[in-house]
Design a protein around this ligand. Structure first.
Ligand SMILES: [Zn+2]
Ligand SMILES: [Zn+2]
Length: 184
């Protein structure tokens, strides 16, 4: 394949896919505790791979909804990264944001859809890092807890309905954390 090819083979199903539609799946940036798994995937294989992590994650995550194309601030590149709470400071998230994340994760609730024990908390409005949403606009927080299965369905629907492609995606892993957008 030429260096200048506009397509790439999906690492799982091997289907030639336009590069602009390839998802880069990276299981974590915390390589000290998890072997790195990095894959270039078509949409179908990406959603299956993400699901395998989402449904086996036994902790709580605060999930800011991924940006739709209209919400992206600049450029075609989108990053949707998971950070464990203990690493937020290292990545320069502000103290009031970290505090708000901790408060929200301390909530206990059942899944808003199926009534099972819920582990994901979704935020309706994703601004740049969700900082304004969380710290200054608590009304934007949906208050909806979803169990991993219902969250997975929701995530898959958002990705397919908006045809979102992630330049880099990390699934929830390791411990309590937050899944948030970076656009650049
Ligand atoms: Zn594939
Ligand atoms: Zn549920």
């Amino acid at each position: 394949m030429s260096l200048f090819s506009k397509t790439k083979r999906c690492d799982i199903c091997a289907v030639e896919t336009p590069k602009s539609e390839i998802y880069t799946f990276i299981n974590t940036h915390d390589f000290a505790t998890h072997p790195k798994e990095q894959l270039f995937l078509c949409q179908g294989c990406f959603l299956h791979k993400a699901e395998s992590y989402i449904v086996s994650y036994p902790h709580k995550a605060l999930v800011l909804k991924p940006f739709t194309k209209a919400q992206k601030r600049s450029g075609p590149v989108e990053y949707y990264h998971f950070y464990v709470v203990s690493i937020l400071k290292e990545y320069n998230f502000e103290a009031d944001y970290i505090e708000k994340v901790k408060q929200l994760l301390a909530t206990n609730s059942k899944c808003s859809r199926c009534n099972k024990s819920g582990q994901y908390f979704s935020v309706e409005v994703g601004d740049y890092y969700g900082i304004d949403t969380l710290a200054n606009n608590p009304g934007a927080v949906s208050g909806e807890w979803l169990c991993p299965q219902c969250y997975n369905k929701e995530f898959s629907n958002i990705v397919t309905a908006n045809n979102l492609v992630f330049k880099e995606y990390n699934p929830p892993i390791s411990e309590n954390g937050v899944l948030t957008n970076w656009a650049g």
